[in-house]
Design a protein around this ligand. Structure first.
Ligand code: ADP
Ligand code: MG
Length: 199
């Protein structure tokens, strides 16, 4: 629902297609979703490095980093999580329009929120990557000590503990970080992108 009135879209003189042509590659979103500690940030950054080395313009939007700035007024209630993802979706769309690849690393626990982002993009522009890792393994890794805090009740509404995670119903890619190495997982993403001729 828009609250703005008297606004008119101003067309850019440079099209998305022209920007893609200049960059020499497709532009799209790699949307990493999964439990805290599943490896979203790790894999997104490993893939970004490989893309960079291939001279593919890209940028990682990472959960906590965005909450320091753009989304600093949002918490972890269901409403705020939805708004968090809506904003990231809109920012991602701007990146795609600018001809770049954007990699997002957000838990994004709700299917409907992820689908909303899918729907504001074109079909070849949204790649949902399920970073699949058993919660026991995520909890063992606990890279930020958050599971410990959630178990002790210090943090509320923690995904997988007292807030739900909805597994993607139809993701383009599933990567199993509990079974394969960081390098293998990142390579799987690159192989997928090459198979689609996106890079
Ligand atoms: N195969 C793997 N893929 C991704 N991360 C892994 C893997 N094996 C071990 N890890 C470790 O698991 C942790 C994942 O943390 P992180 O990427 O911050 O997760 P998230 O962003 O999903 O919360 C890191 O400490 C990483 O080194
Ligand atoms: Mg992360």
């Amino acid at each position: 629902m828009s609250q703005s009135t008297n606004i008119t879209w101003h067309e850019s003189g440079i099209s998305k297609e022209q920007r893609r042509q200049q960059n020499n590659h497709h532009s799209f979103v790699l949307w990493f979703t999964g439990l805290s500690g599943s490896g979203k940030s790790t894999i997104a950054n490993a893939v970004a490095k490989q893309l960079y080395n291939r001279e593919i313009r890209n940028y990682v939007l990472d959960g906590d980093n965005i909450r320091f700035g753009l989304n600093k007024n949002l918490g972890f209630s269901v409403e705020d999580r939805t708004e968090n993802i809506r904003r990231i979706g809109e920012v991602s769309k701007l990146f795609v329009d600018s001809g770049q690849v954007v990699l997002t690393a957000f838990i994004s626990p709700f299917q409907e929120d992820r689908d909303q982002v899918r729907h504001i993009l074109e079909e070849s522009e949204f790649i949902e990557v399920y970073v699949d890792c058993p919660i026991e393994e995520c909890e063992k890794r606990d890279p930020k000590g958050l599971y410990k805090k959630a178990r002790s009740g210090e943090i509320k509404e923690f995904t997988g503990i007292d807030s739900p995670y909805e597994r993607p119903q139809n993701p383009e890619l599933v990567i199993k970080t509990g079974e394969n190495s960081i390098e293998e997982c990142a390579n799987e993403v690159i192989v997928y992108l090459r198979s689609k001729n996106f890079i």
